[in-house]
Design a binder for this molecule. Structure first.
Ligand code: ZN
Length: 276
């Protein structure tokens, strides 16, 4: 019986490398990977027992593993619904593929609580498709640093009721949200098409999810909830900017500028382009 291990934060997880590798890959699972994952996945008594063990309440960071399941579901929401024209894989195949992904998430998190065989069973379909534990952060493209900077700025805006500077920026964003709304909506659709064409729509969903989490939280100090209509306007501005930066290399400079201009106060300036 494996030793029970107490792990309270991801940073101290003994299997951190594998956990981060799996999480970073989630938004980069490509359409071609889905049939391969579905094919590699099967269920039997041993796998089911390993899964039950992995998801038992005293498994390390099991709540984080379950939160990752939920994030996975939101990244593949369109694929599971199967309605959008750009969904190219049969939703029933995707559904099976995601079972393989969930087993890998569960297996990676629960590694210290599993036997070597149990861990191997849960990871096998994933490893058949992603043999290497690769990068540990999702690839946010050539403007990834600015996407990250923008997402990192949002939690500070969420605590604006105790921070005059953030409150000022937020109020400014509300005002700006009333300008060029139609043009920005058209630009957003074009940017999303660019994400579809460059196979980045799941990373797009990941960025949106992070942005919503960062900005929508109630104040951590006093619990004040935001005015929902203002919040939704500011969120739209910020998510549009983060998402267009994600496809910065696949859209025109004008389109890029239209969507990032309103949030310039939140992101570092672009590096000077070389003259040659
Ligand atoms: Zn507050």
């Amino acid at each position: 019986m494996p030793r029970r291990t107490f792990v309270t934060t991801l940073e101290e997880h003994p299997n951190l490398e594998e956990v981060l590798g799996v999480l970073a890959q989630l938004a980069h699972i490509a359409d071609r990977d889905l049939p391969a994952l579905a094919e590699a996945w099967s269920n039997n008594v041993s796998v089911a027992e390993a899964r039950d063990r992995a998801l038992s309440p005293d498994s390390p960071l099991v709540l984080e593993a379950l939160a990752a399941f939920e994030a996975l579901g939101s990244l593949f929401e369109d694929d599971l619904a199967g309605e959008a024209a750009y969904v190219a894989v049969d939703p029933s195949v995707t559904s099976t593929a995601l079972k393989a992904v969930r087993d890998a998430i569960a297996g990676a998190y629960a590694r210290p609580a599993l036997s070597r065989e149990q861990h191997g069973l849960l990871m096998a379909p994933w490893r058949a498709v992603f043999p290497e534990a690769g990068v540990h952060e999702p690839d946010l493209g050539p403007e990834g640093a600015r996407v990250k900077a923008l997402l990192a700025a949002l939690p500070r805006l969420a605590s604006r009721c105790h921070d005059a500077e953030s409150a000022g920026i937020y109020a400014d964003l509300v005002t700006r949200s009333f300008v060029d709304e139609c043009d920005r909506a058209t630009a957003r659709d074009a940017a999303f098409q660019a994400a579809v064409l460059t196979s980045r729509r799941r990373v797009w969903a990941l960025v949106r999810r992070s942005g919503i989490e960062g900005l929508s939280r109630p104040c951590t100090t006093c619990g004040t909830e935001a005015d929902q209509s203002e919040l939704s306007r500011v969120l739209t501005l910020c998510l549009d900017a983060a998402c267009v930066l994600l496809v910065a290399d696949a859209v025109s400079d004008d389109l890029l500028e239209l969507l990032i201009a309103p949030v310039h106060s939140l992101i570092p300036e672009q590096r000077e382009k070389p003259n040659t």
